[in-house]
Ligand binder design. Structure first.
Ligand code: GLN
Length: 313
């Protein structure tokens, strides 16, 4: 039975939660020192249907930093502002096949033929948000995330300070993207705003609602508010499908068919268009930088509920 009944959803969530609760694979990210200190046992799942019903299991109140999941929502903001073509002509919409902070991927095509969900493309995307100064730009970004989540959000300052003190590699990436003409003179400001956006605190429920808003054509199914243009959602989901789990995006799509996005804070969001958004938080990551439990739990739940958009039943 593949239908989205309360019984099926609750059963699928509980089964996946229990199955993976005690696995002991992966490790917290530690290249950002504060991430190594986050409680590795945080584990929560939230599924939100496009009619706004919330289903949860485990820890849905502990906040972790959103990290790279933020890239999706800044991309949505820039598409709302400029349409969908600017990103294609600036950094591209192709998977790099490289790690998320690859410099080789920049060098290969001088900052083109990449996408808004790897660091080079994401910092560039953040640099494209219009505003008279950094504060105005930051305000627009945070407001967009809040509209997707349906509540006020704040920066986790310990994470921000830790990453800001150690983000020389991202500064180098931004410098290269500036040198190749993709980012204007404010490339270091863009890096700082990007670091801030990655440090926004979210819980599993927030991420579930943020995913469900994309599943629902850009209309938050809980608040009822249209928060990004419906016409851009197919392009947002396409970039998530091709590059959301970095160099493991192909494997992930093969297994689930779901557009998704991971972050090194331990969250993953995934979208079953027209049906539901789902999110899992669990900090231990695999070698590609994707949460081990989150990948397994989302794949099981989606497959149990017929979430794969390529599956014709
Ligand atoms: N802020 C992190 C970084 O730039 C985000 C990386 C991630 O979540 N993959 O390295």
């Amino acid at each position: 039975e593949l239908s989205l009944t309360q019984e099926n959803i609750e059963g699928a969530l509980k089964a996946a939660y229990d199955k993976y609760k005690n696995i002991d694979e992966g490790a917290n990210a530690d290249y950002i020192p504060a991430l190594a200190k986050v409680d590795s046992d945080i584990y929560g799942i939230a599924l939100v249907t496009t009619d706004g019903k919330l289903y949860t299991v485990g820890d849905i109140s502990s906040e972790v930093s959103i990290q790279s999941i933020s890239k999706v929502y800044t991309m949505a903001l820039v598409m709302d502002q400029d349409g969908t073509e600017e990103l294609v002509t600036n950094m591209g919409v192709d998977a790099t096949g490289q790690v998320f902070n690859s410099i080789v991927a920049i060098e290969q095509y001088q900052g083109a033929e990449m996408n808004p969900l790897v660091n080079a493309g994401a910092i560039t995307t953040t640099s494209l948000v219009d505003g008279k100064d950094g504060d105005e730009i930051w305000g627009k970004i945070l407001t967009k995330y809040e509209q997707f989540a349906g509540r006020k959000l704040t920066v986790l300052n310990d994470i921000y300070e830790s990453e800001a003190a150690t983000n020389q590699r991202n500064q180098a990436i931004a410098s290269l993207m500036h040198a190749y003409g993709h980012i204007d003179n404010n490339f270091l400001r863009a890096t700082d705003i990007y670091t801030r956006q990655c440090s926004v605190g979210v819980n599993a429920k927030d991420l579930g609602v943020m995913a469900a808003t994309l599943a629902n054509g850009g209309k938050n199914p809980v608040t009822g508010k249209q928060v990004t243009k419906t016409e851009n959602v197919p392009e947002i989901l396409a970039v998530m499908a091709t590059a959301g789990l970095y160099d493991d995006a192909g494997k992930w799509l093969y297994k689930t068919g779901l557009p998704a996005k991971s972050g090194v804070g331990g969250g993953i969001v995934a979208v079953s268009p027209g049906k539901f958004g789902i999110a899992v938080i669990s900090p231990p990551l695999d070698a590609a930088g994707n949460s081990v439990r989150a990948q397994k739990a989302i794949a099981d739940i989606s497959n149990a509920l017929g979430g794969n958009p390529y599956q014709v039943t």
